[in-house]
Design a binder for this molecule. Structure first.
Ligand code: SF4
Length: 407
């Protein structure tokens, strides 16, 4: 077998990692190298991914696979054992050196490391953990580390991953257990959920208060997962129902939605076209409504339904529930204001602050928001009432062209 240069390995293994969307590094503990101690900080070319945290920070991570060799045969994955792609494998030391080298050059603030499965889940997980342990213990690396956990690995190895990583993620892969059994025969939905449960237990234990001895830190940025969208026939409602249950059962920080991209020589059971990007976008919007806007999944979309691709899910909900509008911006509580299309969380907080000392007029709301025309039918201000606008049959048509913004 030809010997690959480090650069060639990096090209192959960073390209292979691009299919994993789950690498936004939000919510870590603050850790830095001020005072000349250690290297790297969590504040914040090839193989570098720019991930956006929910607070808007852009974080650069070295995003690579340890190897794209894999003994599994997941039909939707370009790295499956039966796939005809160029293969490469980093040694543990190579990943450590690359991370430190990229960090010293100021290219990255952390590492996102995943892997195909070589030999066995334990063998691979042990190598992933060794990378993180070497960075932390030998080089005192204080940058961000996100490790992908292999659910079939021994619980002790998963525990160790959490001790060195800021975030761990276990991919649920597909929205329906039947699809996973069909398309990824070596994977087991029950095993994936069991591993997520074990991570949650370790997280809870590390945050337990009132113990004399402080428990060791465990994945302070929590756990996340990724779901592939469009590889099976799951509706948006079924996808969000699964997310809702994952958030509740395992207190995930985030579910990432990754639109399925057709891969070479794939099975006829997979679609030939990629899922439209706007579908991913609408799923993220609906997911935000569940996490930050107080919506239950069933209010947004029925289990057998898909989201409306033409308008955002909050507007779709408002148009179906016109009886709840207009909302008086000077009187309504936070929960009701959050349901107004066009009002985001920050805008609502500003409204609540400002109205303590003045009555808001339409011009005030216009200054705080990004598009007043979309808001007007749903709001009452000191100098504005929409009258019959909210009941107009053509309301959707009047608003739809402005539907590029999030909420
Ligand atoms: S386990 Fe499945 S999804 Fe992961 S790299 Fe191997 S074939 Fe791909």
């Amino acid at each position: 077998m030809a010997i690959l240069t480090l650069k060639r390995k990096l090209a192959i293994l960073s390209d292979a990692a691009k299919y994993d969307a789950s690498c936004a590094s939000s919510g870590s503990v603050k850790r830095d190298s001020l005072g000349g101690k250690g290297m790297g900080s969590t504040d914040g070319g090839m193989g570098i991914c720019h991930a956006y945290a929910p607070d808007g920070r852009c974080i650069s991570l070295l995003k690579i696979l340890l190897t794209n060799f894999c003994v599994y045969d997941c039909a939707y994955c370009v790295n499956r054992v039966s796939s005809n792609v160029a293969r490469a494998r980093f040694s543990v030391d190579e990943v450590v050196d690359l991370t430190l080298g990229f960090y010293r050059r100021n290219y990255i603030e952390g590492l996102f490391l995943s892997s195909g499965i070589i030999r066995s889940a334990d063998y691979t997980m042990e190598a992933i953990v060794r990378v993180a342990r070497t960075l932390r213990e030998v080089h005192d690396f204080r940058g961000y580390i996100h490790l992908k956990v292999i659910p079939e690995a021994a619980p002790a190895l998963v525990e160790q991953a959490g001790l060195y990583a800021d975030r761990v993620s276990i991919n649920i892969e597909l929205p329906k257990d039947e699809s996973l059994a069909d398309l990824a025969p070596e994977k087991d939905a029950a095993g994936i959920k069991k591993a997520m449960g074990a991570v949650r237990v370790s997280e809870d234990a590390s945050r337990e208060k009132g113990r004399k001895a402080r428990p060791p830190r465990f994945a302070p940025a929590g756990q996340s997962t990724q779901m592939i969208v469009g590889a099976d026939d799951a509706t948006d409602g079924a996808i969000l129902k699964r997310s809702e249950s994952l958030y509740g059962a395992y207190r995930l920080r985030r579910v990432y939605y990754s639109g399925f991209s057709p891969i070479p020589d794939s099975t006829a059971r997979l679609p030939l076209a990629r899922a439209p990007l706007v579908r991913e976008h609408r799923l993220y919007q609906a997911d935000w409504l569940m996490r930050f806007y107080g919506f239950a999944r069933a209010e947004i979309v029925g289990e057998a339904e898909d989201l409306d691709l033409a308008i955002d899910p909050k507007l779709a909900w408002a148009l179906k529930n016109r009886g709840d509008f207009p909302v008086d911006v000077n009187v309504a509580d936070r929960e009701r204001l959050l349901r107004v299309p066009g009002l985001g969380v920050r805008t609502v907080e500003r409204i609540l602050e400002i109205r303590r000392f003045k009555q808001l007029e339409l011009a005030d709301v216009k200054r705080l928001s990004r598009g007043i025309e979309k808001l007007k039918p749903f709001l009452v201000c000191a100098d504005w009432s929409p009258g019959a606008l909210i009941d107009r049959a053509d309301l959707r048509r009047r608003i739809e062209p402005q539907q590029l913004d999030l909420f």
